[in-house]
Write a protein that binds this ligand. Sequence first.
Ligand SMILES: *Cc1c(COP(=O)(O)O)cnc(C)c1O
Length: 458
Amino acid sequence: MELPFAESYKIKMVETIKKSTREEREKWIKEANYNLFNLKSNQVFIDLLTDSGTGAMSDKQWSAMMLGDESYAGASSYYNLKNTIKELLGFEYFLPTHQGRAAENVLFSATVKEGDLVPGNSHFDTTKGHIEFRKAKAIDCTIDEAFDTEIDHPFKGNVDLTKLENTIKEHTPEKIPFIILTVTCNSSGGQPVSIENMKGIRAIADKYNIPVYYDSARFAENAYFIKIREKGYENKTIKEIVKEMFSYADGMTMSSKKDAIVNMGGFIALKSEETFKKATVFNIVFEGFITYGGMSGRDMNALAQGLDEGTEFDYLNTRIKQVAYLGQKLTDFGIPVQKPYGGHAIFVNAKKFLPLVPKEEYIAQTLAVELYLEAGIRGVEIGTLLADRDPDTRENRYPALELLRLAIPRRVYTNNHMDVIAVALKNVFDRREQITKGFNIIDEAPIMRHFTVKLERK
Ligand SMILES: *Cc1c(COP(=O)(O)O)cnc(C)c1O
């Protein structure tokens, strides 16, 4: 008999989580103005709001923290991290930042100006925010297959190379400071980009002399999918694949809170000394001196260790199999979820799940609230609230997909938790005919409204 799959780690420390009654949850979510970001964490039983900064650090990461060097300049922790980035990712230059969006802020301050266009594959919300904040535009060149949740395409994060080249030709290369490639592509459902596509993007970039930066939060999960799905990579190690991926990039921004399995941190890594010098000025202004830039020495040490552990096959296999386990349970219940399953999350197709809720009433948000009421599970809307308003017309942007994202924190929950999530969602699915109304906005911020938006029931 073949042995069943089991996690490649055991548990050394536990944290209690609390159940609640439906009555309590009704009260709490109303007080939170039906925005799940406003809930207190102890009002949540299973927290799938994000996989960002919510992972469990290892014993080795905690012990690396004890060896942190808190010197203002030239700390050994900085050199430790610098060497890891050079060895693992292949970049000569690096700047620490306090998280991923800070890396975007610093790099884009040095590169993006008003009227510019930044093509890429479904830009992440903070990436788009930092582009639009500079009165530049993000152009989505993702392949069309990404927008059909049923198609089983292995690399739904891929860029449509024709769309990309047409965008460059139409707007002249001078208007394009760089191409940004998000690996895996968060906004299209944690879907990977193939090596073949990375090579294609590199070739176009070289033809027009445009740099390529990777938004790399989940680069290791992307490498895992390449190993599993792309021909010729099945016998390569994750670390070899990671090296090859970044060999086609000029630089990267990183949210270390994802694949580097730390609770806070980020960085920029670059090949060009010139861009590094430009970015350094902004790093010092916004983040801190170049050898710590927003991070303490101990956190840089934990990050260096996390980068190493996060690019090990056994760890990634455990993680991605757990996400797929939840995806399969939901599929077995007949619940419409995005296929293939993403690396860090399962995305429920809310339009199909709740066909009676009008799009003007925030379909995915309605489903997120229902799941919370059902079992104290907190997912997140990836739909109209997140898509925000058009910066020119101020009209709501209605994205092709309304998704409820169930992000799985790294090394945190067991498959028993996955079973609870699946059954809770099935219970909501069984009463979907009764769910016909969503929400109105009563208050919203001018940019990135989803974090603070206040809603009322229709
Ligand atoms: C999380 C994330 C960011 C932003 O990083 P923070 O650490 O949250 O600031 C940028 N891009 C992608 C793809 C992300 O997933």
